[in-house]
Unconditional design. Structure first.
Length: 294
């Protein structure tokens, strides 16, 4: 094009020509909540259709730059697991194509959808994994990639359908503060469950939080909010929720409290006055200290 348009040559002669600035590579780490009971409680939602929308986001992120990369984690009552990339991936030449789909996209879609479907079918009755576990795993992986590839910018997207475990409030907040210190934004796509901790995670780390009540237009939410990097979001008027609930949650009743009691040993938050000992770490309180709690 420079042979047709000599604008570049004119600017260079005037000392105004600047070489194009290459964007820093970006790592998008997506955490998918695969608790089966959480998805069964959602009316009008289909896990398969929701994951198809997630794959559109991942493919779009990869298409923005050859240097971009993605990672996918799934978590249920059996804990968090890395879905993509896997330690032993099949070579691209072994992946059978369907139509004209880009080979790398097809490989990623096939691997992610199969692994997440397997996790969803696992029986985890009365078992729930705290959000702190997949967040910690995602942070470790993101930090490792950022160190191996200097200049890479990492961010995390959490797709959640269940609330967090109240007794893991401290560990969840520690993960959030670790992401804040590492300058890794946490975006939250909330489809169901409590939202207190997740609102705080997005607010503290500079991420975006959206509570979606209907599956219609899910791809539009992904493309208009979560595909855009945090630096560009500051120049856009996006559909986010500005009001953040900074109150803590009682470890026992799961209720949000404004004024409560905190164990000095394990930092357990309680709505009501403890009965002689901490219900979490079983530390015995002196009888002379209990009246001062009220």
């Amino acid at each position: 094009m420079d042979g047709v348009d000599d604008t570049s040559a004119v600017l260079q002669a005037a000392g105004l020509h600047q070489p194009p600035v290459e964007e820093a590579p970006s790592l998008l780490c997506v955490i998918i909540d695969t608790h089966a009971e959480g998805w069964h409680k959602l009316e009008g939602w289909s896990f398969k259709e929701t994951m198809a929308s997630v794959m559109v986001l991942l493919n779009a992120h990869m298409a923005l730059s050859n240097a971009n990369d993605v990672a996918v984690l799934g978590f249920n009552g059996m804990g968090p697991r890395m879905v993509y990339p896997q330690k032993e991936d099949a070579p691209l030449s072994d992946v059978k194509l369907e139509g004209t789909m880009y080979r790398q996209f097809h490989k990623m879609d096939k691997t992610v959808l199969a692994a997440l479907a397997t996790q969803l079918q696992e029986t985890t009755v009365n078992k729930h994994c705290s959000i702190s576990a997949p967040l910690t795993l995602a942070l470790c992986y993101t930090q490792r990639i950022m160190r191996q590839r200097p200049g890479t910018r990492g961010r995390i997207l959490l797709v959640s359908v269940t609330g967090d475990v109240p007794s893991k409030y401290i560990s969840t907040m520690n993960s959030i503060f670790a992401a804040q210190k590492a300058h890794i934004p946490i975006d939250v796509c909330k489809l169901g469950g409590e939202k207190t901790n997740l609102q705080q995670a997005a607010d503290f780390t500079g991420g975006a939080y959206i509570d979606i009540a209907h599956p219609r237009g899910l791809v539009q939410y992904f493309m208009s909010t979560f595909l855009i990097d945090p630096a560009t979001r500051q120049m856009l008027n996006q559909a986010t929720q500005p009001e953040v609930d900074f109150r803590a949650v009682c470890f026992l009743t799961k209720e949000v409290v404004e004024i409560g009691h905190v164990c000095s040993v394990c930092l357990c938050i309680m709505k009501d006055e403890p009965d002689g000992s901490c219900p979490i770490c079983h530390t015995v309180f002196e009888s002379t200290q209990l009246p001062s709690f009220t």
